[in-house]
Design a binder for this molecule. Structure first.
Ligand code: ADP
Length: 264
């Protein structure tokens, strides 16, 4: 349902951030986009949300997103940025209600208010409902952004490092919520993520980026190999399997050797 054909992007000034990206993703799963800093993960998500205009074709249910109106895109795709900096006070409730903007007429309906309250509760934010979002921690704010995107009731959810500001308990909480929502509503969640262990544990599919291109894609077991991680991140790892769970652990001595080598 989400298809990328030969997608590329060059920033002003000539910096090429993406080239030749081909992906074909179906609904109902968590897809992690991994890769080192600067490999093009955020640029890819922003192209899919049509925030920046990519070369090539991006199709959602066989329609080019470049042909869709902003409102149509907002009803289909929810985007959760890494963070936001607000300059004026807004309550958690009003911020999440903004997710209903693509649907709301003159004033929000009972249905809009119910959806907002449900998503606030789902993300464990009920106690903050009337708090100014500027007075929340980074992790709480990140959850508000997720609740806002879920309130758009999209088919595709794009998340840019949704766990980066969260402690380990909240990381697991958000990933579990995400899995429940993805399974329950048949959503496609496309998530840029740094934590390879979380990605390995919670993803149905992994896309590994390197230098603006897709280096590998497939199941977590297929993509998270020692060789792929070594090539893309320049880090040697050991991979331990405990039942269904794989642990990717950097091998310290070798990292030092790699760093010494690359700094010469
Ligand atoms: P990632 O999310 O994997 O860290 P990004 O998509 O943010 O990577 O960046 C990809 C490349 O594009 C990087 O080399 C980055 O420096 C460059 N880049 C990102 N944003 C801009 C911008 N606004 N102008 C110019 N280059 C940019």
């Amino acid at each position: 349902m989400l298809e990328l054909r030969n997608v590329g992007f060059e920033y002003k000034g000539g910096h090429r951030a993406l080239s030749g990206v081909d992906l074909s993703l179906t609904c109902g799963g968590i897809v992690s986009i991994v890769g080192p800093n600067g490999s093009g993960k955020t640029t890819l998500l922003r192209c899919i949300d049509n925030l920046i205009h990519a070369e090539g074709e991006i199709l959602l249910n066989d329609r080019r997103i470049s042909d869709m109106t902003t409102r149509e895109i907002a009803r289909s795709i929810g985007y959760v940025p890494q963070s936001f900096t607000g300059s004026f006070p807004v309550t958690v409730f009003d911020m999440v209600l903004l997710g209903r903007k693509p649907y709301v007429g003159w004033s929000p309906s009972d249905d809009d208010l119910r959806i907002v309250s449900e998503n606030i509760a789902r993300l464990d934010l009920s106690e903050f409902t009337l708090r100014d979002v500027n007075q929340l921690s980074g992790g709480e704010r990140q959850k508000v952004l997720i609740a806002r995107a879920l309130s758009q009731e999209p088919n595709v959810l794009l998340l840019d490092e949704p766990t980066s500001n969260l402690d380990i308990r909240h990381q697991l909480g958000v990933m579990r919520h995400l899995r429940e929502i993805v399974v329950g509503k048949g959503l496609l969640a496309l998530m840029a993520i740094h934590d390879l262990n979380l990605a390995s544990q919670y993803s149905d599919y992994v896309v590994m980026m390197h230098g603006g291109q897709v280096y590998a894609q497939g199941s977590p077991n297929e993509v998270f190999t020692r060789e792929n991680i070594q090539t893309t991140y320049g880090v040697d790892v050991a991979i331990h399997q405990h039942g269904d769970i794989r642990h990717i652990v950097p091998v310290e001595e070798h990292n030092v050797a790699v760093m010494a080598h690359t700094s010469i």
